[in-house]
Design a protein around this ligand. Structure first.
Ligand code: FE2
Ligand code: FE2
Length: 145
């Protein structure tokens, strides 16, 4: 059975995919102001929320738990986050410039990277978090002290 924490994280991937798609819809309709707001909502949700929790809590817990001393999986995932953050910034710039063609180009790239990144996490990381986290991931956060 899937652990609650794996299910929550997977649902968050789906929620963020929908947010990005809604920003893209606004771009396709030429509603640039709305697109900027929606893209920023997506960026904030994924960068300051999802990726932040992964990098500060989940990856370190997995690294302590796993046997791979080089942490190749989390190193790859962190590099993916770095690349994605750059792409999000570039997408925001194309919205600022009302450049639909360039935005849609970037969108295709970002959605491909995200799909692969999320699939890798869902297959190789999330299933092990319930064991890797000290409280079984019940609260998703190690108690202070
Ligand atoms: Fe991630
Ligand atoms: Fe993720």
């Amino acid at each position: 059975m899937e652990s609650p924490i794996a299910a929550v994280l997977q649902q968050d991937h789906a929620r963020l995919d929908r947010l990005l798609e809604s920003a893209a819809e606004a771009v396709r309709a030429g509603r640039w102001k709305e697109a900027a707001v929606l893209l920023e909502r997506f960026r904030h949700g994924i960068v300051d929320g999802h990726m932040d929790v992964e990098e500060k809590i989940l990856f370190p817990a997995f690294e302590r738990w796993e046997t791979d001393v080089e942490h190749s999986l989390t190193a790859l995932l962190k590099k993916g986050h770095q690349d994605l953050r750059v792409f999000f910034q570039e997408m925001a710039e194309t919205i600022g410039a009302s450049d639909m063609e360039e935005f849609l180009d970037l969108l295709g790239t970002v959605q491909t990277i995200l799909r692969q990144h999320d699939a890798k996490e869902e297959a190789e990381l999330y299933p092990f978090l319930a064991d890797a986290l000290p409280d079984g991931g019940g609260h998703g956060r190690r108690p202070a002290g």
